[in-house]
Each structure stands twice: as C-alpha cells, then as structure tokens.
Design a protein. Structure first.
Length: 141
C-alpha cells in the first residue's frame, strides 16, 4: 500500500469471527487469517471524556484495525481528497485503516472502548500530525 495512492476505498469494514452460545459470545482475531497483517501492537482507548476527539493524524506505513469493543464512536477518514464518517458500534466489526489516511475519532459514547490492532510497534517517525503537511505529501508528484 502506497501512502500517496491510498484512498478511503482501501479502508474496509470487516466482519470478525463471532462464536455464540447461551453463555455469551466470543470474537477471536488471528493475524494473517482474519485480518490481512501481522499484529505487532495492541492498545485501546477508554474513558474518553464527552466531546473529546482522538486521532488527528495519519501513518506513513502502519496498518490498523479499529474495533468498538464496547460502546460506540465515529471514525472520520480523510484521504486528502474525500472524507467519510463511519460509525462503529459492534465488537465483531473491524475497520481497516491503511497508511496514508488521516483519521479522527469522535462522538465516544459513555463507557466506550476503542480496541486498536496495529501492524507496527509505536514509532513517532511514522506519524504525520500536521494536516497541512499531510495534504502536501498526498499531492506531491
């Protein structure tokens, strides 16, 4: 996936495996089977105060899957040309975000948890946190 050529259409909602029985449900995620990359890092966002936003950045090479493990939130995707708002509210639905997509998370419900599965370890160099720089990089010839 190329940073400059990635588009919102490359970000996909996926159904994660769901096993149901009378005692409850379980979703397990197997790297390179249920998702298209190896998982190098797992983290989650929680206790986000009402009205606060998270994200506000893009990645150069990192792939992510976001899951509303509890509650709900919105993900605004922006490829520098188009924007799309996606509402996540099911723990068995994942949103794959490819490199080169600006993302903002907002509208967190009370008690929500955003689970993130990432293809890379944390690397500050991989982040683009300035939107005007993001736009310039996407539009370079």
């Amino acid at each position: 996936m190329n940073f400059k050529t990635s588009r919102i259409r490359d970000c996909l909602r996926i159904d994660l495996p769901k096993i149901q029985n009378p005692a409850g449900k379980i979703t397990s995620i197997n790297e390179n089977v249920d998702i298209p990359f190896s998982i190098r890092r797992v983290y989650y966002l929680y206790d986000v105060p009402g009205g606060e936003e998270r994200g506000g950045h893009a990645h150069k090479k990192l792939f992510q899957i976001l899951v509303a493990a509890s509650g709900s939130f919105n993900v605004i995707l922006n490829d520098g040309f188009e924007k799309k708002n996606i509402h996540l509210n099911r723990p068995y639905i994942g949103l794959i975000i490819v490199p080169g997509i600006w993302r903002e998370l907002s509208n967190f419900s009370s008690g929500s948890i955003c689970l993130v599965l990432a293809s890379e370890l944390y690397d500050v160099v991989d982040y683009i946190r300035d939107y005007s720089l993001f736009k310039r990089l996407k539009n370079e010839k």
